[in-house]
Design a protein around this ligand. Sequence first.
Ligand code: 2AM
Length: 169
Amino acid sequence: MRLFLALEPPPELRARLGALADIARARCGGRRVSDASLHLTLAFLGEVEAAQAEALVAWLQGETPAGGEWHLDCWGAFRRPGIVWVGGRTPDPALTALQARLWDGLERLGHGGRPSRFMPHVTLLRRSRHLSTEALPPVELAWRWRRLTLLRSFTLDDGPRYEVLARSA
Ligand code: 2AM
């Protein structure tokens, strides 16, 4: 099964991110991420065996992150899969520390694939062919986070779907 660790936006922020996704979709085209699927990926684990997944669930349920507040204030795009996202202009020290600590734990559990850099972003569109984000409205959002979520990703005909496997304490 394909797994990843993420932060899920609280309901009000989810709705505001969804509204930005609608605006971006109207300008940039592509496929809009559904409100239910909006997230910030902290660690992508790829394919994981059932026994490893059980170990991950137990580990995550014992994690107690201090939490933080992430400020989202910019648009961005990744050319290759045509991704349009929102994120922060400057690195967020709490998220950077969280991602590093998670990968330390994941590596102790035997997982590889730690990326050489971490650029926190919330994907709003995929497969967009108009990646110019200059004309989009300013972003000014705050994301208060605390709990981490382990998600399973499925690929369906109309795009990815996610299932929650576990959350941190
Ligand atoms: P992103 O869309 O926010 O960039 C589940 O598949 C999540 O893991 C996706 O939302 C994606 O985050 C991230 N992801 C998918 N494939 C990946 C890969 N090969 N390397 C790193 N992150 C990936």
